[in-house]
Ligand binder design. Structure first.
Ligand code: NAP
Ligand code: ZN
Ligand code: ZN
Length: 349
């Protein structure tokens, strides 16, 4: 077995502390990746706190992983030692179902999440990127385009694809008015992507504090949702709303901002159920949709799109020892705009 060090939560809501654990020896089609950087997604916090009720412990979170291939299995053809690669939210799937055939592995009933999942052997828990190395089947590893900076590209592996997929599916582009609700990790990359796709981009944020930053990211408009006039002024304005907020929102109020046939896509996943008034959907024939990360093919397409448009994330680099503090700051919306853990800091353990 391969010896690994990382940071884990040992029970729900516990602070993350150092852990030593093992990963499988390389199978023929596996690559071993020495992890350089890993983004902190709000999902890591939901999972550590067991807010979705599906968590198992000890849990090493982290699914925005960038690293270097350090060893390859005997049958590996796509990668060689030294390649810079990315690993996102899942590390395997059944490979045979309709979703897998369509490149929508994230919707496979047997998808294996990067952490808080169970390996193909049916018993070993998967552990994520807050660690120094990971072993993954080569088909579930992404190629990092050369011009993407290693640190600030890491969050593309979850935040990037989570916004790219719905923006492309609901056809954000020239002539379309897109609003991004919540300017956090997901939201800020959504602004950059929607802008690069050619849409008019508006940020709806709960304060005015992030206005200047949003404009630098490519936002055309910025409104605070704490001002009721925002909802009067923008009624019926947008083609697409993407809700990235991690806590409850009054969805009825937001749906009214959509024009005829407009679509709200929910990607934020709060702990509690959502409620809305039926009329906000019935009038103007509006749509309410959800979206879950993206498949392998589309994730590679997103990385290549970011490479072409020079898009990466605004990140604050931290040593792993500061991870619990970073969680608190994320919960207070005090992150500009993604924390990324520098895994070299594990050497100080
Ligand atoms: P984040 O960095 O914490 O950003 C969330 C943003 O929501 C905050 O920056 C804040 O933006 C806004 N917000 C937070 N609390 C709020 C409140 N009480 N009222 C109004 N706005 C509030 O989180 P993230 O990493 O972007 O993740 C966002 C959500 O998406 C999480 O629930 C996460 O689990 C989920 N997620 C879903 C997928 C998927 O595939 N569907 C993938 C990844 C993550 P402002 O300050 O601008 O208002
Ligand atoms: Zn994530
Ligand atoms: Zn499948």
């Amino acid at each position: 077995m391969i010896q690994v060090i990382g940071y884990a939560a040992n029970e729900a809501k516990a602070a993350l502390t150092p852990i030593h654990f093992e990963r499988r020896n390389l199978l023929d089609n596996d690559v071993m990746v020495d992890i350089l950087y890993c983004g902190i997604c709000h999902t890591d916090i939901h999972q550590v706190k067991n807010e979705w009720g599906l968590s198992t412990y000890p849990m090493v979170p982290g699914h925005e992983i960038v690293g270097k291939v350090s060893e390859i299995g005997s049958q590996v053809t796509r990668f060689k030692v030294g390649d810079r690669v990315g690993i996102g939210c899942f590390v395997d799937s059944c490979r045979n179902c309709d979703a897998c055939h369509r490149g929508l592995e994230q919707h496979c009933k047997s998808v294996i999440y990067t952490y808080n999942g169970i390996e193909k052997d049916g018993k070993t828990p998967t552990q994520g990127g807050y660690s120094n190395r990971i072993v993954v089947n080569e088909n579930y590893v992404l190629r990092m385009p050369d011009n993407l900076p290693t640190k600030s590209a890491a969050p593309l592996l979850c935040a990037g694809i989570t916004l790219y997929s719905p923006l492309v599916k609901w056809k954000a582009g020239p002539g379309k008015k897109v609003a991004i609700i919540g300017l956090g990790g997901l939201g800020h990359i959504g602004v950059k992507l929607a802008h690069a796709l050619g849409a008019e981009v508006t940020v709806l944020s709960h304060s005015l504090r992030k206005q200047q930053d949003a404009r630098k990211m490519g936002a055309d408009n910025f409104y605070t949702t704490s001002d009721p006039k925002t909802f009067e002024k923008l009624e019926g304005y947008f083609d697409i709303l993407i809700n990235t907020v991690s806590s409850d929102l009054n969805l009825t109020q937001y749906l009214n901002l959509l024009k005829l046939d407009g679509t709200m896509v929910i990607v934020g996943a709060p702990e509690k159920d959502i409620h809305l008034n039926a009329h906000s959907l019935i009038s103007s024939r509006r749509n309410l949709a959800g979206s879950l990360i993206g498949g392998l093919r589309e994730t590679q397409e997103m990385l290549d799109f970011c490479s072409k448009h020079n898009i990466s994330c605004d990140v604050e680099l931290i040593p792993i020892q500061k991870v619990n503090e970073a969680y608190e700051r994320i919960l207070n919306s005090d992150v500009r705009y993604r924390f990324v853990i520098d895994l070299h800091s594990l050497n100080k353990m």
